[in-house]
Write a protein that binds this ligand. Structure first.
Ligand code: NAP
Length: 320
């Protein structure tokens, strides 16, 4: 089979398309014929060797694949050959024509969800669910600012928060992104490249501030987020690419808190809640992964360049 292999950490050029043996599922394992692969920012940090988790070299990147079950090892009861599934991590890597996964890493994809959409489920929607339900403990009728709403996690968060009855504000950095954010359910959208947009957000909240802020770029925004929080407000840090400076009194005066997580560390009980919630939302159409740019598997390097560029618009997909 064809797979992307990384033999040394470095820039996008270290992603090489190679011919490798197709894996065979052992007991408790599932072999997936991959139809679409989700590209996520952490794939690029891992490839660069700057992520908390450094896989042994060589490796095949990717945790998010969607496709059909090709074969199962002994003892597997959850899925059978032909079933449509998405993965939440794999054993052999998602950037390939076939991927080997543990039975518990494979989840049924409702019939109304395409493979391209299925490749955008685990990291983006799992993160949105973990942030909204487990960390923000958000409730209907609260207000939420999705700070960075035009990308994978952002669009997922906007759809999820809207469906649960929150008032949703979202930000993007381009007109196309702002349109997307509104189309996916934000009541109001703001451009995070415009000077003074934080004042516009405060005005739109009638100067009460936000109950919840889901933050995609904490190194740039955390200090300002605290000034936009309502009493008892919560910032959930989802993404950050450097250090931040805050004024602790902004937290004290609001009895506010900052929480943060990595999806990798979600506990088994939480993971079960995430997948059950996502299946229900995908099935009833409140969660609709937005497929952005698509590239052939051989162009993984281009996908890695594009995902870090400004102007996000849905989930970037590789097609093997
Ligand atoms: P993505 O699809 O590349 O989207 C990035 C988002 O950040 C876009 O909406 C982008 O908007 C926005 N952005 C750019 N500049 C911004 C600014 N100054 N203020 C606010 N937002 C800004 O990435 P993603 O998959 O949604 O992930 C978002 C971040 O969360 C990444 O850093 C990722 O590594 C991290 N993440 C963390 C976890 C975890 O477990 N904690 C899980 C998943 C993702 P424009 O392009 O429109 O400007």
């Amino acid at each position: 089979m064809k797979a992307i292999r990384v033999h040394q950490f470095g820039g996008p050029e270290v992603l090489k398309l190679e011919e490798v043996p197709t894996p065979k599922p052992e007991a408790g394992q599932v072999l997936l014929r991959v139809r679409a692969v989700g590209v996520n920012p952490y794939d690029t940090y891992m490839r660069a060797g700057t992520y908390a988790i450094k896989p042994p070299l060589p490796y095949t990147p990717g945790s998010d694949a969607a496709g059909t079950v090709e074969a199962v090892g002994s003892g597997v009861t959850k899925v059978k050959p032909g079933d449509r599934v998405y993965t939440a991590k794999t054993l052999s890597g998602a950037y390939a024509e076939y991927a080997l996964a543990l039975e518990e890493q494979v989840h049924r994809l409702p019939d109304n969800v395409s493979f391209e959409q299925g490749a955008g489920v685990w990291v983006p929607y799992g993160t949105a669910f973990h942030a909204i339900h487990h960390f923000a403990k958000a409730r209907s009728a609260e207000t939420v600012l999705v700070h960075g709403a035009s990308g994978g996690v952002g669009t997922a968060s906007v759809q999820m928060a809207r469906a649960m009855g929150m008032t949703v504000f979202g930000t993007a950095g381009t007109d196309k992104g702002l349109e997307l954010v509104k189309r996916e359910g934000a009541h109001q959208a703001f451009n995070h490249r415009n000077a003074g947009y934080q004042q516009e957000i405060m005005k739109a909240s009638k100067d009460k501030g936000m109950d919840v802020i889901l933050e995609m770029l904490a190194n740039v925004n955390l200090g300002g987020d605290l000034k936009m929080l309502a009493q008892q407000g919560r910032v959930v840090v989802i993404g950050s690419r450097g250090d931040a400076t805050i004024t602790p009194r902004d937290l004290m005066s609001r009895r506010a808190s900052v929480r943060a997580f990595t999806l990798w560390a979600a506990q088994p009980g939480e993971t079960a809640e995430i997948h059950a919630g996502l299946y229900a939302g995908l099935e009833n159409g409140t969660l609709r992964p937005v497929v952005g740019k698509q590239f052939p598997l051989a162009e993984a390097a281009r996908a890695h360049q594009e995902i870090l560029e400004p102007g996000a618009s849905g989930q970037i997909i590789l097609v093997p």
